[in-house]
Design a protein around this ligand. Structure first.
Ligand code: ADP
Length: 599
């Protein structure tokens, strides 16, 4: 910490400049009203007026520097010396006047010195003032011939010292408070300059160490019952950012931080107590000597929730005074606000990024959908026109083939429109599942049969126990199966097998559930895309996928339908080997909570 007063020297000088004018006025007034008396020196009037002139000249000398707002140390010392000289001269002039107790004038000196140099200035000038007064009294007593006793000096010196200690102490205190405010302001600026929580936590640790002059500081956050350093400043060797400290461990835990975290209150250890706990080893795999003696831990709390703990460590024993504690607490409060703002910003930016991505996917969707509608329509139109124009020229077989193709295209259009309707119904929230117990085996058989044409190129096998029952909306389950089966066919080469398997899951704790899997040996889905395929409008990025026509809403519909029936859907896939889509549904109707017993 620098010893320079932080208050701008020109601001101090400006206040003293005004006070000096008051001094000038008083000097002239005294010169005007002074009556000659046997106790007054003959030149007292002129001398008093001259003091007024000296003070006025001093103000004239200081003025240009004040205007420029640049007061040098030399000028300030010069002005102070003139003030002291004037006061000393007046005390000397009137010290023999028993009608005028003149020594209180000396009290101005420690006041001015405290303003300029705080405690040291006040006490120094009080000592000098006392010496001066003693000398003046001794000299003048000899001149005038009256007896001075030691009590005359001790009284004045004592009062000057009392004044110096109180005024100097006050000046020091104000200076420290100003310094603390200044630091807090700087910390707040630093904290608000960043928006990433990680950077903010590092700044919090740095600023706390700076405010407290601590050896190092850490912001601990809790992860799985352990403290991890989310931000740190000057970590000692042996500590690193991968460190984990179990919270509740009596030996290796961080006791002060744990208490602060659990109670939501500031906690400290001064290191003065030679208690074992304060000096226990610090360990993470290796035993390290404890790197601190004193620690101050302040919880970082936002909206009633403890986000972490800010701990400042001192290598030497140290008693934290209430000022230090309140400074670190203010910093923790600032940090809480900055962290909350940063997380809100992060949430907003990721929501914005998600919205942007959705917009891009929607644009993609619109262009695919128009293409998807146009392609089968063009084919239908083409076959119908050929049939009309060349009905008599072509064979019965060819006509039958054309009609079958028209039918297939119409079916595909129908499927597409149904998919879009399902999607729009789900999106608008107009869908509600009407659950019923369903015989899984016959449901699967019916859907596979209905999709005969779409699955024609594949070897479809069904492995479902005869008495398996699930609880779902039959139409919804049909759509889910349809989407999964047609996807399996669309994304697999012709001739590959497709297996529909259902049963009760074998894992423990899965009683009450039915699992239905559609397994193909197709192109598979890269790991990076697996989480996204259920997102609406999302289509695979590979050329193989892009060759297949699609809208990107099929699996989004599957997910929403399954969830509306109280189940979930997941995918496991290996590119080049195939995919398994697994749907889990409840096997029974959800139990209605029993009505509360009436008393
Ligand atoms: P669409 O098939 O119309 O693109 P979906 O929502 O049904 O839309 O599927 C989204 C994406 O998931 C597809 O674009 C594709 O990349 C991938 N996908 C879905 N099912 C399979 C599957 N059985 N095999 C490989 N990829 C699949």
């Amino acid at each position: 910490m620098s010893d320079e007063p932080r208050l701008a020297p020109w601001a101090v000088e400006r206040s003293l400049w005004h006070a000096r004018w008051v001094g000038v006025g008083v000097a002239f007034l005294q010169a005007a009203v002074l009556q000659p008396s046997p106790w007054t020196r003959p030149y007292a009037r002129e001398a008093t007026a001259a003091m007024g002139v000296v003070l006025a000249l001093t103000n004239g000398l200081v003025l240009p520097a004040l205007r420029r707002r640049r007061v040098t140390r030399t000028l300030a010392t010069l002005a102070f010396s003139v003030d002291c000289a004037v006061i000393a001269a007046i005390v000397w002039l009137f010290t023999d006047n028993i009608n005028a107790i003149i020594w209180p004038l000396l009290m101005i000196v420690p006041l001015e010195a405290a303003y300029r140099w705080r405690f040291r200035g006040a006490v120094g000038s009080a000592v000098a003032g006392s010496l001066f007064y003693t000398i003046v009294r001794l000299v003048s007593s000899r001149e005038v011939g009256y007896v001075v006793t030691p009590a005359d000096f001790t009284y004045v010196a004592g009062l000057l010292m009392v004044e110096a200690f109180s005024v100097g102490g006050m000046a020091d205190r104000l200076w420290h408070e100003r310094e603390a405010l200044q630091k807090l302001h700087e910390s707040s600026l630093a904290l608000n300059s960043r928006l990433e929580p990680k950077a903010i936590l590092a700044i919090v640790a740095r600023e706390a160490a700076r405010v407290l002059e601590a050896d190092f500081a850490v912001v601990w956050v809790v992860d799985d019952e352990s403290f991890v350093p989310a931000g740190a400043y000057r970590l000692p060797p042996g500590f690193d950012s991968t460190l984990r400290l179990p919270m509740s461990d009596p030996v290796f835990g961080e006791a002060a931080a744990t208490r602060a975290y659990e109670t939501g209150r500031t906690t400290m250890e001064s290191g003065h107590k030679a208690d074992r706990e304060s000096h226990r080893p610090f360990l993470e795999g290796v035993v390290l000597p404890r790197a601190w003696k004193a620690v101050l831990s302040v919880p970082i709390v936002s909206e009633g929730q403890t986000l972490g703990v800010l701990s400042c460590y001192m290598r030497q024993a140290h008693r934290f005074d209430p000022d230090e504690v309140s400074r670190v607490e203010s910093l923790a409060a600032l940090a809480a606000v900055a962290i909350t703002n940063a997380s809100a910003y992060e949430r907003e930016s990721s929501a914005l990024a998600a919205r942007k991505e959705l917009d891009a996917l929607k644009d993609d969707f619109l262009s695919t959908i128009s293409h998807e509608l146009r392609t089968p329509l063009t084919a239908v139109e083409g076959f119908a026109t050929t049939l009309r124009r060349r009905w008599d020229d072509i064979s019965d077989d060819a006509r039958r083939d054309f009609v079958a193709r028209i039918e297939r295209q119409a079916n595909s259009l129908h499927g597409l429109i149904r998919e879009l309707l399902d999607f729009s119904r789900l999106q608008s929230g107009r869908f509600s599942a009407h659950g019923a117990p369903l015989d899984v085996s016959s449901m699967v058989a019916e859907t596979v049969h209905r999709l005969d044409a779409q699955l024609a190129g594949h070897d479809v096998k069904v492995d479902v126990p005869a008495d398996l029952v699930c609880y779902a909306d039959p139409l919804a389950l049909d759509r889910v199966l349809e989407n999964l089966l047609t996807n399996a066919a669309r994304y697999s080469p012709d001739g590959t097998p497709i297996l529909v398997r259902a049963g009760i899951p074998r894992e423990a704790g899965m009683a009450g559930w039915v699992e239905l899997a559609v397994i193909d040996a197709g192109i598979g889905i890269p790991a990076s895309e697996q989480a996204r395929v259920f997102q609406r409008f999302y289509r695979g990025q590979s050329d193989e996928v892009r060759k297949v026509r699609g809208t990107g809403v099929g699996l989004a519909v599957v997910k929403e339908l399954v969830e509306a029936n109280g189940g979930d859907v997941s995918v496991k896939s290996t590119p080049g080997e195939g995919s398994t889509f697994t749907v889990r549904l409840p096997s029974r109707a959800p139990t209605v909570p029993a009505p509360e017993a009436r008393s």
